[in-house]
Design a protein around this ligand. Sequence first.
Ligand code: CU
Length: 352
Amino acid sequence: MYKSFYFSLFLVFSINISAEPMDHMDHMDHMKNHSAKMHGPIGLMGDHFHRKGESMISIRYMKMYMNHNYLGTNKLMDLNILELPNPTGMPKNLSVVPQDMDMDMVMLGGMYAPSDYITLMGMIMLEQKSMDLRTYKPMMARDIVGDFSTRSSGLSSISLSLLFKILDSDGSKFHAQLGLENSSGKNDLKDNVLTPMGAINEMILPYGMQLGDKSYTLLSALTYSKTYEKWKFGSQIKSRINVKNDQWNFGDSYETNLWLQRDLNQITAWSLRLKFQDIESIKGNNKNINAPVQTANPLNYGGKILTSGIGLNIMLPKGSVGLELYKPISQDLHGPRMGMNWGLQAGYHVSF
Ligand SMILES: [Cu+2]
């Protein structure tokens, strides 16, 4: 299936080469579309391309809060998790249970179009993660030993992409993205952990708390949008495929986005978005990551997640701001793992 995806990418590039240059009507069309819905919902990446000579910089802040454990589509209580085996060794059962997690990210982005057909896009991501956990006795009555928190922060990843324009006429825009992401964040960070025996040990943090996986990922996407007066409809399919790792990597993922935007007035547009993600489990492992906690198992990552987003874009005298709030509609997770409760993204773009 993904082979045919690449074949169609190749096909659209070939068509693009033979495409005719932009005519006067297209230019008029562009001016008419200069509204708050010129950019898609703020949480989308690479949703638009630029015209020759244009550049853009953006800063975005993203937050995600998780506070429930799932196995498939079912919510789990701590009690259920304590009954599960510990695949990493002793003790026999899982004994440390994640309670909640906050992820805060800052993304710095730049875009530049050396021609009407190609836009370069670069992104740097900084991340901070913090997780609260509860430790239980490893056997017998499984009493609570205590609570503790772990934290990590720093550079997470850098990416560079090319966006290829395929179509831009009559309010329809269609483009492809091809890029490479280097997850350059540290993959061996340590923090203090409360063990089931009641000791505090410094240990290498589980996969999900690391800032990166030292891998390279191929990014590819196709984006289509259609503007019709006050309305705009958009869709994007996207894949992230790991091409080179160091011991382990976060799983490949496939994502589909559908969104609808409507102008509220000259400078404001609201949006509704549906995002479907299919994320694979972690590939490979680090032998030093072993603790009686679900997150130390590479299989307990990923799943199928359908998320809704409601957003607002506002044009400013210089640039524009966007806000989007997220709530999952359904989660079928490779658990036991924590699922998202809510998220948000806020950002500022300026073009020149
Ligand atoms: Cu841009």
